[in-house]
Design a protein around this ligand. Sequence first.
Ligand code: SAH
Length: 237
Amino acid sequence: MIYVIGIGPGSYETMTHEAISAIENSDVIVGYKTYINLIEDLINGKEIVSNGMKQEIDRVKKAIEISKTGKIVSVISSGDAGVYGMAGLVLEMSEDEDVRVISGVTASTAAASVLGAPLMHDFCHISLSDLLTPLELIYKRVELASEGDFVICLYNPKSNGRPHYLEKAFDIMKKYKNSSTPVGIVKNATRENQEVHICTLDTINYELVDMLSIVIVGNSSTYIKDGKIITRRGYQL
Ligand code: SAH
């Protein structure tokens, strides 16, 4: 049996009880090193299979192999396993294994709670990583989401290999969104070294953003009140 578990954005408090029980129930934990480290205290004495980034297919093969021996295996993702995580791949690759996906708090909702309430109306997730997605399609989604006045949560906003995608995405958003639209940057939400920056579409400092950050850009009803970002849902006050 294979659990695919979202362990949340980082702190023990933001993990679900279901995720904790599934980990406790498991014989073997499979995951990316950084995420295994985040749950160290929960996995003492269990067999650990960890490897690096970009080795997802190997990781799933290994998990399937182990589950065939009758052991209970947990494949770990950060946040929610079904949001740019391991859930899809495990389901795609499994044959007759019993796979259970266990949801977690994803980075956007964790960051939103830190920023205030920016996701009160229709929003979308766009990953700026072009490792598995053509760049033109990413920009097209940024364009159409902006035209549609969605609040936009940018995952994987920046890495050394692609430092300018975020700036380009902002240029596209500026065609449709007002330059004073609130923007929140949260780095390491709910983890050690959490950082929060609130700015606007035209005052963002791109240097503050890295791969450990998520960027949330408001819609036409988003404003800043007492240092918090709020998207109006439409209540008449
Ligand atoms: N499955 C994860 C997303 C993995 S993609 C989830 O549901 O959250 C990795 C990207 O998620 C990072 O580049 C970053 O943009 C975002 N992310 C994950 N954890 C984060 C955290 N604690 N704080 C800020 N951003 C985070």
